[in-house]
Design a protein around this ligand. Sequence first.
Ligand SMILES: *[C@@H]1O[C@H](CO)[C@@H](O)[C@H](O)[C@H]1NC(C)=O
Ligand SMILES: *[C@@H]1O[C@H](CO)[C@@H](O)[C@H](O)[C@H]1NC(C)=O
Ligand SMILES: *[C@@H]1O[C@H](CO)[C@@H](O)[C@H](O)[C@H]1NC(C)=O
Ligand SMILES: *[C@@H]1O[C@H](CO)[C@@H](O)[C@H](O)[C@H]1NC(C)=O
Length: 465
Amino acid sequence: MTSLGLFFIVTLLGYCTVYSRPAVGHLRNMDSFIQAVQQVEEIAGHDDAMTVHFLGTSHIYTAAASLETAILNTSSFSFFDKALHHIVTDNGEERGVVLAPDGTTVALAPLMLGIEAGLNAQTEGTPAVGLFPLTLGRTLGLTFLSLQDFPPSYRLGPNGCWDNTEHPKVFKLYRPATIATDAVIYGGMDGIILGTHLVNLAKSESIPPLSEILKGYYIFNLLEGKGLDDLPGKISPKRRELSRSILEPLNLQNEVMETLALVWKLERTEWIAFDTGIGQALKEGLKEFVKKYWDCPQIIPRCQWGAKPRDGTPIPLSLPLDHLFVHHTYTPSAPCLSFPDCARGMRAMQRYHQEDRGWSDIGYSFVVGSDGYVYEGVGWNTVGRHTRGQNSIGYGVSFIGNYSSVLPSRYSLDLLRRWMVQCAVGGGRLVSNFTLKGHRQAVNYTTCPGDALFSEISRWENFRE
Ligand SMILES: *[C@@H]1O[C@H](CO)[C@@H](O)[C@H](O)[C@H]1NC(C)=O
Ligand SMILES: *[C@@H]1O[C@H](CO)[C@@H](O)[C@H](O)[C@H]1NC(C)=O
Ligand SMILES: *[C@@H]1O[C@H](CO)[C@@H](O)[C@H](O)[C@H]1NC(C)=O
Ligand SMILES: *[C@@H]1O[C@H](CO)[C@@H](O)[C@H](O)[C@H]1NC(C)=O
């Protein structure tokens, strides 16, 4: 398989890093990684074909192998090695992952393998056969099989928390890791999206350098009033819908099965071949994958936006609920357009609710940003404080911004109307014939969620007077 190529990138990039001693910070974020890639590209000369060369078939394996031994013994060599090598330590630290600017933690190995498979196929003019197995297929197949005796929801994930999102160094998982941690899944999705994009470049188009490919996908600016609407191109907040549109037409169960057969052949793990429950395990597992990563929106967890702990004991909700209340935050009054911006808004709201209002936590169940993400408030299982007298019968979801006279972007509206709803109903948290209301319908002292937004939601399915 093409993992040889990846090995080659690691070594060659590492080699250049060692001898040029560039001022690469060792922060585990995507910017540092891209910066380091860029430095290597500069050292290598401004030749776009260089990227292809890094990522193409490695025909000088022995040279690479001897470079590696030299490099591994050099104390300054660490960044690429650590950045690409995926492991989970005994104390639950996940390595080989970086924090992307959109607030998502991504494993680099499946990302780079996807890009590599795409580049190989594009330059050789062949179909990208290895793309799915290398990015997601192997991971999914092995996690579903190895954890057959656990409930399907336990066979995927978990997510985790960084020590500090501005200066990320250590990423700790919430619970024992599966083979398919969230970061590995997200890296796999990004790898398949970028790999497919590269395969589809016309043969005559020049292939951008690796750093440009990564920048185009991870680093972008959203415009006020537009958010993700009408934004052409492939960018990281759309990873769920983009990966779904690429993979859903395939028969995933067959694809995973074929991947496992290949894994068995290459790694000689006979237990896979003789296991009769494979079909069932894959079917259940893929169903869970679709529910968790495609039907639900990506929700930025509390630790990621820097939540303070709640004061006092949470009161559990009794699920499923039958109401969904829609709010706007009013202040912050501007829609937030990036992860740092939305996270700051979340912290400000929590501070206001806890310190000025004396509540135990941020009041909302969830908050929708204009950066393409939903932010976790008190979450699915805890009674919030959003709609007087009705907090225990419904979720309270707020849009960041003042929607008295303007609307959130279509994309943000869809995050609630389509994604949160299908996630909540599919996950048994909300009954399917639930009642959707604006905050103003439940109490008579507010115009929340604003005239414009209220008029919008009054046309949604499930809205009731
Ligand atoms: C790496 O360094 C150690 C100790 O300095 C040495 O024993 C070993 O042979 C070196 N390995 C290689 C592959 O150079
Ligand atoms: C919210 O928007 C309305 C209508 O544009 C405006 O009158 C009001 O001052 C705004 N409030 C804040 C806090 O921005
Ligand atoms: C929702 O469905 C349940 C069960 O079918 C029914 O008892 C309930 O009255 C329905 N609620 C509404 C608001 O239609
Ligand atoms: C609305 O306000 C009036 C007067 O303040 C109050 O008596 C009444 O109970 C309120 N109705 C609701 C639904 O809160």
